[in-house]
Design a protein around this ligand. Sequence first.
Ligand SMILES: C[S@@+](CC[C@H](N)C(=O)[O-])C[C@H]1O[C@@H](n2cnc3c(N)ncnc32)[C@H](O)[C@@H]1O
Length: 301
Amino acid sequence: MSLNSNNKANKAAKAKLEVVKPIKTKPYNDIDLNNWKLYENIKTGTWWEFQAREKSNGHSYDYHGNYIPQIATQLIERYTKKNDIVLDLFFGSGTTGLEARNLNRRCIGVELKSDMVNYVSQKFSPKELVVDVNIIQGDSASTEIKEKIQARLDIMGEKYAQLLVLHPPYDDIIKFSNLKEDLSNCQTTEEFYDLFKKVAKNGYDLLEQNRFAALIIGDKYANSRYISLGFECQRRMEELGFVTKAVIVKNITGNEKAKGKTANLWRYRALNGGFNIFEHEYIMIFQKTKLKKISKTNTRE
Ligand SMILES: C[S@@+](CC[C@H](N)C(=O)[O-])C[C@H]1O[C@@H](n2cnc3c(N)ncnc32)[C@H](O)[C@@H]1O
């Protein structure tokens, strides 16, 4: 090869190396699919295990029943773009709002208990509360709340939210208040399902088409039998038009109060009663989208 043609070949090889691949993202997140190997932190499996609760960036275990921030991180990075609005209809201690802020997203949170709303508001700066994080005191199952959320969306320059987060009480497992609208205060589990469906319907109507919703929920035992709150609520979400995309099982480490002293007691009760002790809850992912026609090859006969 002559010196000249050698130079040409080198130049061509260099030019090839310098070609920067364009960023390739889905309409619902900022993950660059041309560099998908870089996103090792994003979980794509159906078993999520976390060793300890994240306690930095404003998070703390200050509310019995709050979820671990890592759940919010995963959901927000996977299903939103920067500046998108996350709508959380059971805001509690504001874990979703804090993580939305940390990841440069915006948030609208609804919480029934006014003392909680006052407490959570102190976690954000006055400017954040005007621009990025809107906290509303109200009943997420009511029709009035929909109008209030729509008004906030309007102020924020959006018609819809881009991610819906639902972390309801697990029926009466933790009683959050004595208020009649409180989902943890229902007379029966059927009433809990009915109220949950009303909340989910509001969420469905306020969510942008083709965007995602996450339901975080655990099951319970009552009257010596297993009650599948998770799958019952999933069915109600589907009845509203949501399409299930994933059912994730998450270990509950970090969710629970230290069981130290009572662990043996529960083990004895389990052995005595023929049941197993809860170590998991569900994170169910849904999309507001049209269900594709099921082809025969997808069905089992
Ligand atoms: C499981 S906690 C959510 C915790 C939250 N994800 C966090 O990390 O702090 C459920 C919350 O829903 C609230 N809640 C119950 N019924 C409600 C309703 N009808 N409307 C709005 N919030 C309600 C409870 O007061 C409680 O704070």
